[in-house]
Design a protein. Structure first.
Length: 197
């Protein structure tokens, strides 16, 4: 039924349009203009909302991709930084080792001090003390007597496998490793652990 009403209205509207009524023409033009403006405003509002939504989604996706890219670039740099620090520490350790060796060569009396420290670290009941030294350091220590160990037998043993400036002291029940490599290794290990903390 509503379709018949609409068709009837169209017929009446067409007849009125043919009559050329200026007020009707003006009302129709005004209604068309108002309808067009309302439709345009609604369409513009919907278009802007959809455009903003799409732009926000696009920006969010771009931001996520950019963050991922930056993370992937930063990870190798962090690894490279740690590797560089490790290399620098190894270089510093190698330099320190050379300086210590040179110092021990320049001031040979230091080996005597080291032997005294090692003997003092032994248990008081130790009677058989063997001091293993590099053959070049042996003569420097021959003249020393173990302090506070008058009842102990002290034997000096030449050991070419030991670096100059180090020694290994042993008894029947214990051993003190004061080799240069062991002492420097302990220092370097503490440095490496401290650098990663």
């Amino acid at each position: 039924m509503s379709n018949k009403l609409f068709q009837g209205w169209q017929a009446v509207s067409a007849r009125l349009a043919e009559t050329g009524n200026p007020a009707l023409e003006q009302a129709r033009a005004q209604a068309a203009e108002v309808g067009h403006a309302a439709g345009y405003a609604t369409g513009l509002e919907q278009g802007l909302a959809e455009g903003r939504q799409r732009a926000a989604e696009q920006l969010a996706g771009d931001a996520a991709r950019l963050a991922g890219l930056l993370d992937s670039l930063a990870a190798p740099l962090a690894n490279l930084e740690q590797e560089l620090l490790d290399c620098m520490l190894q270089l510093a350790c190698a330099l320190a080792q050379q300086v210590v060796r040179r110092e021990l060569t320049a001031v040979p009396a230091r080996i005597g001090e080291l032997v005294r420290e090692g003997v003092a670290a032994l248990p008081p009941a130790a009677r058989q003390i063997s001091v293993h030294l590099n053959p070049l350091d042996l003569d420097l220590v021959r003249t020393m007597a173990p302090r506070g160990r008058s009842d102990a037998r002290w034997e000096l043993v030449a050991d070419a496998s030991l670096s100059r400036g180090g020694c290994r002291i042993s008894t029947e029940s214990s051993e003190v490793d004061l080799t240069l490599e062991t002492r420097l290794g302990e220092v370097f290990t503490r440095l490496l652990e401290g650098g990663r903390a």
